[in-house]
Structure formats: C-alpha cells, structure tokens
Design a protein around this ligand. Structure first.
Ligand SMILES: Cc1cc2nc3c(=O)[nH]c(=O)nc-3n(C[C@H](O)[C@H](O)[C@H](O)COP(=O)(O)O)c2cc1C
Length: 364
C-alpha cells in the first residue's frame, strides 16, 4: 500500500519545484490516511541510548522540521523519527530557491538555513502526542541572529527534554554562517558541558534524555580527534555522522546544479559519509553508539553503513528518489542477511568493516 501511494505520488512530486514537492509530501502524510506498516521482525530490534528501537531505520532531521507528521512517519515503518532542526524563535531561513535535486546523481543540495516555525509551535505538537509511543528524537539548533548561540541550545534542551526520546545537538549545518565553528575544541567543550548540565538539571522532572551530537562529514581528522575526545569526556550518549557536505565530489554529473551553494546529500555523499563514520567508530572505541546518515538509497547501502560503524541508520535524500518504499526495502535486505547468516541481531555487523574502510584511499 505504501508502495502504491508512492508510485502514484512520486512522478507528480517530481515535476514540482523541490521545495513545493516537499511541502506537498508533508500535507499528504498529514491528511491522506495510510494503513500501518507490518510489525517488525524481532531480529531487527536495536537497543541503544537506553531506548528500544523496533528497527534501525530512522528518518533524518530536515524532513519534518516542525514536528508535523512524526506519527504518520512511524506508521510508515520507520523505527524512529528525528524532527527538527527546531530553533528557539521562528525564522524564515534563506530566500528561495534553496533546495535543488541533482537527478543525474541522485543527490540533493540544500541551503534552507534552518527555516523553522520555532520552539513554541513544535512543542505544542509534540506535547499533544507525548503519550503516543514510538521513538521521536528532537534536533535543535541556534537562531541565526542569536547573541549567545550556546544559550539557544541550553534553552531548547530544557524545554524539549520532557517530550523527546532523545535530543540532537546540531552544530553541523553548513547553512547558518559560523554554526560549524561550534565544532572547535574549546567552544565545543563549553557547549557540551552546558548542554549536559541543562539535561541533568531537568532530568528529575523530564526523565532521562539521551543527548546526541551531529557532526559534519567535512571535519579534518585532527579535528575529529578533538570532537570525539570531548564527546567522550563530556559523556555524550551518542553521535550522528553526519550532516550534508560542502564538498563536491568529482563524480557529479549534474555539474551546473552542483555549483549551487549549500550542503550536498544523497548518493554522492555515501563514500565520504561512510569514511567519516568509520573514522569516528574507531575513535569512539565502543563507548557510545553511532547513527549513520548520508547517501543511503538501498538495503545494501544501509548494511554497508552498519558495517562501517552505525548501530542505527537514517535516510532522507534517498526518499526523494525512491519514495517511502525504501524503508521496507532496507528492512527486507537486513532481514535477509540475518537469515542467510543465521544470526538473530544486527549488533554482530556493527563496525565489522570499520578498519577496512579507514584503510581505503580518501574519497574524492
Ligand atoms: C532538504 C534537507 C534539509 C535538511 N535539514 C536538516 C536539518 O534541519 N537539520 C539537520 O541536522 N540535518 C538536516 N539535513 C541533513 C540530513 O538530516 C542528513 O544528515 C543528510 O541529508 C545526509 O543524509 P541523506 O544523504 O540520506 O540525505 C537536511 C537534509 C536535506 C536534504
């Protein structure tokens, strides 16, 4: 049924300007009733950050920025949904057009710049569904004009902890000038200290809330050393690797669209994202789990992401080209691999190829 819904809608969505197509997809999820996806096989279950995920396939931040459709996405078969990025105050983001499809490459470039309805609107929606179950993570970011960006993260953790399965500190969007500077060691150490302190302060009322850090795939390795070291010493619960890239791989065929400023995602990001994931995995030494994102558009790619070091995976751009049927395909592939190897848990595959991936030539 989801496949049918997809086949009907996708050609239509593709003739629209990318951002209009996205708006319509949200509306369809909101208003078109869909039957729930089948119950997940128990072998796909994953336990991470103290949470029980029915399957390891999540939808990445940026699709449901304002927490309008988390339950429809859970019903469609995702094991978890990450809403946001949410900023404290509403803000419009960059002028349109700011979202581009690279059809020949199965890639996307966006420079949305944290368009957000703001914390009040999202909090109202999330509070209304707080008892509905399902894992809903909340990705938070700073307003562009914030005088103290760290204070924005602290405020959002305090306000959202009670309705979040986990909170992601997003310091890796390339489209808010200076945001990625928060990844610098001294600044990051201060940011994470204050964020964890805020989380611990509200925990007596809000309950335990895992805090994850989402990083850019564009970090230099010495900087990644620092980031992982600080994440470990500040006892972060996990990391997401990672966001979009400001680099443009040589392989891109849609060379005109590739000139658009912004973050590149989708298939052209896969090898860089996997490399950064594996580099992170070997540095983290199993102290906390990783969520792998970037370029997954098939079951095989999702398995590769797990083997590179991901306990959980997230998809976004792949959905633009493959539709919601991608979620079912990934789960089917993972289950087939478990069957083939007579295994009962995906944990056996996590990081199995990490060392090999880090030994390859750097992806260009
Ligand atoms: C249109 C678009 C908007 C995005 N917005 C956000 C965002 O608000 N916050 C965030 O952390 N990541 C955002 N991302 C990044 C995705 O969450 C993901 O990390 C990245 O796209 C790599 O995954 P993919 O190749 O499967 O798309 C966005 C990506 C796209 C394509």
């Amino acid at each position: 049924m989801i496949g049918l819904f997809d086949r009907l809608a996708r050609p239509f969505l593709h003739v629209l300007e990318a951002e209009d197509a996205h708006g319509l997809a949200i509306k369809m999820l909101k208003f078109a009733p869909m039957p729930p996806a089948a119950r997940d096989d128990r072998r796909l279950a994953v336990r991470a950050f103290g949470l029980n995920f029915p399957n390891p396939v999540g939808i990445a931040a940026g699709f449901d920025k304002n927490a309008e459709v988390p339950d429809a996405l859970l019903r469609a078969g995702f094991g978890f949904v990450e809403v946001g990025t949410i900023t404290p105050k509403p803000q419009a983001g960059n002028p349109r057009p700011r979202l581009f499809r690279l059809d020949a490459d199965a890639g996307v470039i966006n420079r949305l710049g944290f368009n957000s309805q703001g914390a009040d609107a999202a909090l109202r929606r999330l509070a209304a569904r707080a008892r509905s179950g399902g894992i809903v993570g909340i990705n938070v970011g700073a307003n562009k004009d914030a005088p103290d960006r760290i204070a924005d993260y602290v405020e959002l953790i305090e306000r959202f902890a009670a309705v979040a399965s986990y909170v992601t500190v997003n310091i890796s969007s390339p489209n808010t000038p200076g945001l990625r500077d928060l990844q610098q060691a001294a600044v990051l150490d201060n940011l994470l200290a204050r964020v964890i302190d805020a989380r611990d302060r509200v925990a007596p009322n809000a309950g335990p809330t895992p805090v994850l850090l989402k990083i850019a795939p564009d970090l230099a390795l010495p900087d990644l050393d620092d980031v992982v070291g600080i994440a470990r010493s500040r006892r972060i619960d996990g990391m997401i690797v990672g966001n979009t890239t400001v680099t443009r791989p040589k392989s891109l065929r849609d060379s005109e669209t590739a000139k658009e400023a912004g973050g590149l995602s989708g298939r052209p990001l896969l090898s860089l994202a996997n490399r950064m994931l594996a580099e992170t995995y070997v540095r983290v030494e199993g102290v906390f789990p990783l969520i792998g994102a970037g370029g997954i558009d098939s079951g095989t790619a999702a398995l590769g992401k797990i083997r590179a070091g991901a306990t959980l995976v997230q998809v976004y751009s792949g959905l633009v080209f493959r539709g919601l049927a991608l979620v079912g395909e990934i789960k089917k592939t993972l289950l087939a691999v478990l069957e083939r190897d007579r295994r009962t848990s995906l944990a056996d595959y996590v990081g199995a190829d990490a060392a090999a991936v880090t030994a390859q030539p750097w992806p260009v």
